[in-house]
Ligand binder design. Sequence first.
Ligand code: FAD
Ligand code: 2HG
Ligand code: ZN
Length: 455
Amino acid sequence: MTPDPLADAVAEAIGVAHVLREPAELPGYETDWTRRFHGKARFVARPGDTGECAAVLRLCAEAGAAIVPQGGNTGLVGGSVPRGGEVVLSTLRTQQLGAVDVIAGQVTADAGVTLEQLQTHVRTAGFDFGVDLAARGSATVGGMVATNAGGTRVLRYGSMREQVLGLQAVLADGSVISRLSGVAKDNSGYDLPALLAGSEGTLAAITRVRLRLIPLYGARATVLLGLAGTRAALDVAAALRRRCPSLESLEVFYREGLALVCHHAGIQPPFAASHGAYLVAECAGQRDPSEELLAALADCPGIEDSAFAVDRGRRSALWAYRERHTEAINAAGVPVKLDVAVPLAQVVQFESEVRLLLAEEAPAARPVLFGHLAEGNFHVNLLGLAEDGEERVTGLVLGLVAQLGGSISSEHGIGIAKPAWLSLTRVPADIAAMQAIKRALDPAGLMNPGVIFPK
Ligand code: FAD
Ligand code: 2HG
Ligand code: ZN
């Protein structure tokens, strides 16, 4: 073990068992979920609460040591792993879940609580949580706020920021900001919780969050449709949005992703025929929403195949074709992931143009497209792209997105994967304002350096 006075001081503050310094203990904290991003940690600190987290950050500030906050390490833009020599601040030991406030429909959760733990906890009290995503077993509340995670229910409940009523966080100098009262209307000054949502660990370490809850719906109806292509999927999506107030999800995928999932999971495709696009739609309510969903679908032309489910097992089987894309892609190789969104009016054009662009510019790569159709959010995954082509091809795809008026990061963040392209969709004054905020809260640039802005 290399001598390190900072690690010794941190161990004194939070307990020697909660500072990981042995090389054998570190790899899980040093490589991201996709295996594309990795770097050495100086050591890993695992504080157990806000006070201990503040002590760690204060000591790091005094030593001028950079910090990488880390939750479940399921982030997909490299922001959760060290670039080389930073202290990793893991929140996984912070595990408190407060009692559900059944009058306000709120709960307070520590940053290290996983989405699944949160869901289980609030469901026993008759509530549910508005954000859901496939990494629910590992993704943490803190990480989800820090990335402003989206997922499969944004069309009904919004992203993570919309669920945050308040939070507690430690700034780079170790000072603590706290707004956990749960008061639903509070206009006393700047909305710091909203600012920290999506800040990707660059402004503060989030330690506790006050969350809005939604009703727990007992009835769900899910449909998987086979359609001619994206145009047809968009038409169905528009009709369902108009006709089904209980609509919660509109997810799209294509035949290349379906083939990967079936191969990886060892399952049969849903239909005998292959289709140009697949759409998963789900409605949820206190009463069975099947009739509402089926009536709306009956008026939709262009549906080539369909599978419908209301019971949990069959619904999960339909969702698996969509939800298991990320793991199936990871099993096939180390992907380059481009999480983008375009205005819905440009979705059809984007899907066809990006495929043409990739066929011309990266013929050896295997593109896998899928995503959240309701928000025009495509996950463009590229397998087998030569390393020396990553930057050029990323620039071309993100350039197309910008040209169509879209976003180069729809829900995963900028991380260390995309700072070079931030100026495609943010004007200089916008970037300067964000950098001024960063400087004000973290003057020494210790919080997650290299994330969002180029170093
Ligand atoms: P980490 O990966 O540990 O960290 C992510 C970022 O947040 C890093 O920049 C890190 O520094 C920062 N951070 C973490 N904790 C804190 C904290 N307490 N304070 C300050 N900063 C912090 N994302 C979506 O948006 N929608 C999806 O549908 C979705 N599906 C996914 C499915 C799979 C299978 C996988 C592997 C990932 C998916 N993701 C999705 C991405 C990922 O799950 C989310 O970004 C999630 O919010 C990250 O949470 P985490 O706890 O793993 O954070
Ligand atoms: C999803 O929507 C996640 O499933 C992951 O955001 C996307 O793997 C990806 O590219
Ligand atoms: Zn997604």
